[in-house]
Design a protein around this ligand. Structure first.
Ligand code: ZN
Length: 316
């Protein structure tokens, strides 16, 4: 009997240690899984660990050092557009491979892989929505899709969005981030620069407001076209903005370039950028600028027009 109890005691003690080990390893596994699932985020500037939830609440801006972490188009739309007002446009437009281009792999394979991996069809999302109750047309580039490169679909989506905005008399905001034109589409990608610029000119002729927001990095053909055509050009702090890369210029000029070369701050000093706006203030700043430049003019006009058309229908 005593022996039995003793052995039971031993057994349970053994079980207890075994369970403890097991639960210990589970919690460790869980911890690792949580890190892998992105529960924590390590700042690439100051290396401070932050809860992804807290970081997201601060719009992916490091609370310690103010570093603006890259955000994807989903997150960006969530940050800027009022809840439940986003209406995406032209989601059916898909890229093709007319040149049957091959670098290390086929362009068509690269496209398919990227689409499967990040769940986007191309590198820009466009749509209509409201920003603090004001209607806007918004384009958001996504750097995850082949470095936010501008191919035919990016050009076509932005152009259609701008044309829609001109028709509706909406202001246009484009959040830029791009490595430039998409070389896999050759000349067809370069043509997009002219196409988007022409659509913007018609938008401007209609006396409508366009604000590009330059985020890290905005380079190449995007800088050489719509990123620099804004009525007011905003940039995020420390964003790299330029045409050719720093190394290429250094090699060509055989000169060392200054530390702050191609930064938003340097561009502000030289008048290429009108203001640097921290991401946490971006939505309110945009709403304020839009409200200032597009006073309620459109709304009473529309109301008046609608009342008139209603009375004329009633009279018939
Ligand atoms: Zn930091």
């Amino acid at each position: 009997m005593a022996n039995n109890e003793e052995s039971r005691g031993l057994k349970s003690l053994f079980d207890w240690f075994a369970n403890r080990r097991k639960s210990g390893s589970t919690s460790l596994e869980r911890q690792e899984r949580e890190i892998a699932d992105g529960l924590w985020h390590k700042c690439s500037k100051c290396s401070v660990l932050a809860y992804t939830k807290d970081l997201k609440a601060n719009q992916m801006v490091c609370v310690e050092c103010g570093h603006h972490n890259r955000v994807d188009s989903d997150e960006r739309i969530r940050q800027l557009i009022d809840h439940n007002t986003w209406k995406p446009m032209d989601e059916h437009l898909r890229p093709t491979d007319p040149l049957e281009f091959r670098d290390r792999k086929l362009y068509s394979d690269r496209l398919r892989e990227t689409q499967d991996k990040i769940g986007l069809i191309d590198a820009v999302r466009t749509g209509l929505g409201q920003i603090n109750g004001l209607p806007i047309a918004l384009g958001v580039m996504d750097f995850r899709f082949m470095g936010g490169s501008m191919g035919s679909v990016v050009g076509e989506r932005l152009t259609r969005m701008i044309e829609q905005a001109t028709q509706r008399r909406y202001p246009v905001v484009i959040v830029c981030t791009s490595g430039g034109a998409r070389m896999q589409e050759g000349m067809l990608s370069l043509m997009q620069m002219a196409k988007i610029s022409a659509a913007l000119q018609r938008h401007k002729d209609a006396r409508l407001l366009y604000i590009p927001v330059l985020t890290n990095p905005t380079t190449g053909g995007v800088t050489a076209s719509f990123a620099m055509l804004g009525d007011i050009i905003l940039a995020e702090p420390k964003a790299t903005i330029g045409f050719a890369g720093r190394r290429v210029i250094e090699q060509t000029l055989r000169e060392k370039l200054p530390e702050n070369f191609q930064t938003a701050e340097d561009l502000l000093q030289h008048g290429f950028v009108d203001d640097i706006v921290p991401r946490t203030q971006l939505k309110n700043t945009l709403a304020q600028l839009i409200a200032l430049h597009q006073p309620v003019l459109t709304t009473p006009h529309m109301v008046l027009w609608e009342t008139m058309s209603l009375t004329s229908t009633a009279a018939e």
